[in-house]
Ligand binder design. Structure first.
Ligand SMILES: [Zn+2]
Length: 147
């Protein structure tokens, strides 16, 4: 996670407004950035989701500005983590993130239960989409650490 920049400096997690083709603005995209040389890149494990979102925006064809954290639950969990400035000295960043993801999953499952009780299928669908992103990340992580 704590990748090193090509200049050798450690890269930090941050968020930034990314503008594609001078038209589509996606704010709060998780990135790794280098203080030394201003180089940055989109966080590898959300990159595919950012590209998907961009495709959707292109199809809509309008000049829009969206928050990636509103569209992607994993980014939202990361954003919360950064806002709270939680120190992860004792455990690795990934371990803290995974724990936060599991907390969010439990919260969403509770919500899902409410939606189910109310027979609100559109709400259930929205929650299912939010859950899927997190479950995918957590299960990828677990299969990696099992190896
Ligand atoms: Zn650098």
């Amino acid at each position: 996670m704590r990748k090193h920049c090509r200049c050798g400096q450690k890269m930090n997690l941050g968020f930034r407004l990314v503008i594609f083709e001078n038209k589509f603005q996606v704010d709060r995209v998780p990135i790794l950035e280098c203080d030394e040389c201003d180089y940055y890149e989109v966080l590898p494990f959300v990159k595919a989701d950012v590209i998907d979102l961009l495709e959707q925006l292109k199809q809509q064809g309008e000049n829009v500005r969206v928050f990636f954290t509103d569209m992607n639950e994993l980014a939202d969990v990361l954003y919360d983590m950064i806002q709270q400035k939680e120190k992860s000295d004792s455990s690795s960043f990934e371990a803290v993130l995974e724990q936060k993801c599991n907390e969010r999953i439990n919260l969403l499952l509770d919500l899902y239960g409410c939606a189910q009780k109310m027979n609100d299928s559109s709400w259930m669908n929205v929650i299912a989409v939010r859950l899927a992103v997190l479950s995918k990340y957590v299960s990828n992580r677990q299969s990696l650490s099992a190896k």
